[in-house]
Each structure stands twice: as structure tokens, then as C-alpha cells.
Design a protein. Structure first.
Length: 357
């Protein structure tokens, strides 16, 4: 069915709401990064001066931020007492202690993407893409994000998706994580399963420094991180090396995603398992119209996932490459039987589980 427009009045309301919510997203990100939400959750009803003193932040800026939050329905305000407060039900979705439900983490992407707007506009005119190096804080925000979507769900929800994986990890297997970023999932697994050996492949030196440092601090000697450019991975992948390969949100923005999938198949031992977490969506726009975060994900695609791939002349699959295309590409790589799992609490991801024959 073709989509239909709204009346001018209804569309004007939608646009106004969009401007307000877009602006609020940026300020929610600031509330997260400055610790203002955490402070408000600790203080009951409080004045501007108390909040500014508690956080050590500039009072004039805090005042403007508080006004935004009150007018945006995020904070309560008592004008008589001049008291600001964060309702418990809002704190449950905005503070560090509310992780993995802290939605302020995701608001950080709005400011991050805004930083490359000019470069992306150039790409609209000239083609090409914007490379990873132009995204300050990308790995920090990504690790914050996957700390909630992957790390927090790993033990209870993700590992149990694979039959007998936990006993195998306990006895000792070889595990590779593709595009491991800051390596939080790997550090967690290496600490929990000391008999298994873990490797992370990652391009970013900055992310690798962070990951190696974290592993050192945790005293892990069964984990190493390798700087590898996975472009054309199938040529360089070692044959029959790993019992388990994981890829958390790390396939669709690759320069050569098909070659990475082919390489994963090659580097798995026969009977080994590939676990791929990637965006839950269809490859067809008409099936994504009611997607609960469709506009957000198509925006992140344009402003990051698609453009980083295109910056190297890559496939530019985009965030919304979708389940149909994922299954087709996995089949080309040699994975014919793929189970697609979804977790009740996670509207954003599919978990694809498959074995090499
Ligand atoms: C969306 S992030 C996911 C990071 C991590 N798996 C997580 O869940 O936090 C994708 C990762 O793939 C890495 N990556 C992208 N292209 C790469 C390439 N050609 N070779 C190696 N790593 C690459 C990026 O640096 C980034 O860390």
C-alpha cells in the first residue's frame, strides 16, 4: 500500500514535535556526559545552585539545561521552591545506574553525527564517504552502546542461544571477535572462561589501545588483540582456526562485508559456530515503515555506517541492510542453515547463529 500524507495542520504539529525532540536529544546527551542526570537522581528536590555546586558545572549553563529539561517534560519543577527533580520513573531510563536501560547513552549519537554533517553533505553532492577518523568519540560511544546491548545481555541471553556453548567455553575453545572495538565483550568472556583463548581483530589503534589496557588491568592472559584491516579478509583469514567467531554490530559497515563473511567461514573449524549480532530490520523499505526506531537507524546509516564503508570505495550496505540480504550473503559465504533469534528486551538487534558444516 502506498503511504499517504497528512493534513498541513497535522504535519506542522509533527514537524514542531520533531524540532523539539531533536533538540532535546542533544541536551539529553549533555545531561549524560556531564553527569547531570546522575546528580539529579542522587539529590531529591534541589535548587540550581545546589546542582551546580554538586556537579562543579557552570551555573549559567546548568540553568539553561534545566529549563530545557523542564520544558521538555524530563524534569519536574516547583516554581515556588525553585526546586528541580528527576522523577524515579525517568531516572530509570537516564542514569548510569539504570544501565542497561539508560537511553541517554544512545542520545550521544545525535551530537556525534552532527559533527560530520558538512562532510556528509559533500558526499551527497560528490559521492564517496566519510572515514572513521572523522568521528571523534565514536569508539567511546559505541562501547557505551554495546555495553548495554551486548555486554549486559551476554551471560543471560546471548550465550544460551547456542547449544552447549557454555560447557565448551568452560572446557576450552578458540574464539575470534571480528571488529571488536574496545573489546568489552571479549574481556568479559576471557575473564569468565579462563580455559578458552580469545582474539579480537580490529582496525582502530585507539580502540585497541583501550582494549589492551583493559585486558592488562583485568590480568587476562588468555586474550590478545590484533590490529587487522578486515578488508578482503577471505584472502588472509587463517584456515580452520576457531571454534567460535562472533561479530557484534560489525558486518554491515565493513568495506567488503561479503569477503569478511567468506573469511569467517574459512577461519572457522568444521563444526564451529558463527554468532552475528546485527540490526533487526527488513531489507525492504515498505516493511520498515512501522519500525519503532526506523528514522533513527536510517539516519545513523547515512551519517555513519553506510558512509564509513563508502569512504573506502566499499559496499555501503548501510545499517538497514536487513535480514533478507544478511541471509543471502551468509548463504554465499557457505552458511546454509541460519537460526535468527530476537531477544524480548532488544528491539534493535537480530542474533544470527550458524555452524560450519
Ligand atoms: C559498529 S562498531 C562495533 C564495535 C564492537 N563490536 C562493539 O560492539 O562495540 C564496528 C567496528 O568494526 C571496526 N571496523 C570497521 N572496519 C574495519 C576493518 N576494515 N577492519 C577491522 N575492523 C574494522 C570498527 O573500527 C569498529 O570498531
Amino acid at each position: 500500500m502506498p503511504t499517504q500524507g497528512k493534513s498541513v495542520e497535522a504535519f506542522a504539529d509533527q514537524l514542531m514535535d520533531m524540532l523539539n525532540q531533536g533538540a532535546l536529544s542533544l541536551m539529553v546527551s549533555i545531561g549524560h556526559r556531564t553527569g547531570l542526570f546522575d546528580a539529579l537522581a542522587e539529590l531529591p528536590a534541589t535548587t540550581l545552585t545546589q546542582i551546580a555546586n554538586h556537579t562543579g558545572l557552570n551555573q549559567r549553563y546548568v540553568k539553561e539545561w534545566l529549563a530545557t529539561m523542564v520544558s521538555g517534560g524530563i524534569l519536574d519543577y516547583d516554581p515556588q521552591q525553585q526546586h528541580y527533580s528527576l522523577p524515579d520513573s525517568h531516572a530509570a531510563l537516564l542514569t548510569r545506574s539504570s544501565s542497561p536501560d539508560n537511553m541517554a547513552v544512545f542520545a550521544q549519537y545525535i551530537g556525534l553525527m552532527g559533527q560530520v554533517e558538512d562532510k556528509v553533505i559533500d558526499c551527497f553532492r560528490l559521492g564517496g564517504g566519510v572515514g572513521y577518523e572523522h568521528y571523534p568519540r565514536f569508539h567511546e560511544v559505541m562501547a557505551d552502546d554495546s555495553g548495554q546491548t551486548v555486554l549486559a545481555a551476554l551471560d543471560e541471553h546471548i550465550l544460551p542461544l547456542i547449544d552447549s556453548l557454555i560447557p565448551s567455553l568452560e572446557s576450552g575453545i578458540r574464539v575470534l571477535d571480528i571488529g571488536c572495538g574496545r573489546g568489552r565483550a571479549l574481556c568479559h568472556l576471557a575473564a569468565r572462561f579462563p580455559n578458552s583463548r580469545f582474539v579480537g581483530y580490529e582496525l582502530s589503534e585507539e580502540a585497541l589501545d583501550y582494549a589492551r589496557n583493559a585486558a592488562r588491568q583485568m590480568g587476562l592472559d588468555n586474550l590478545r588483540f590484533e590490529q587487522r584491516d578486515l578488508t578482503g579478509f577471505e584472502k588472509r583469514a587463517e584456515m580452520d582456526e576457531f571454534d567460535l567467531v562472533t561479530a557484534f554490530d560489525a558486518i554491515h559497515d565493513q568495506t567488503t562485508p561479503q569477503s569478511v563473511l567468506n573469511g569467517i567461514h574459512k577461519t572457522l573449524k568444521s563444526g564451529g559456530t558463527f554468532l552475528m549480532q546485527d540490526i533487526r530490520a527488513s531489507s525492504h523499505l515498505e516493511k520498515n515503515i512501522d519500525h519503532p526506531i526506523g528514522p533513527l537507524l536510517y539516519t545513523l546509516s547515512t551519517m555513519h555506517c553506510m558512509t564509513v564503508s563508502l569512504s573506502n570505495g566499499g559496499a555501503g550496505l548501510g545499517t538497514m541492510w536487513g535480514e533478507e540480504q544478511a541471509l543471502e550473503m551468509l548463504s554465499i559465504a557457505g552458511f546454509d542453515s541460519v537460526a535468527v533469534h530476537q531477544l524480548d528486551h532488544d528491539i534493535q538487534n537480530n542474533f544470527y547463529v550458524m555452524r560450519k558444516a
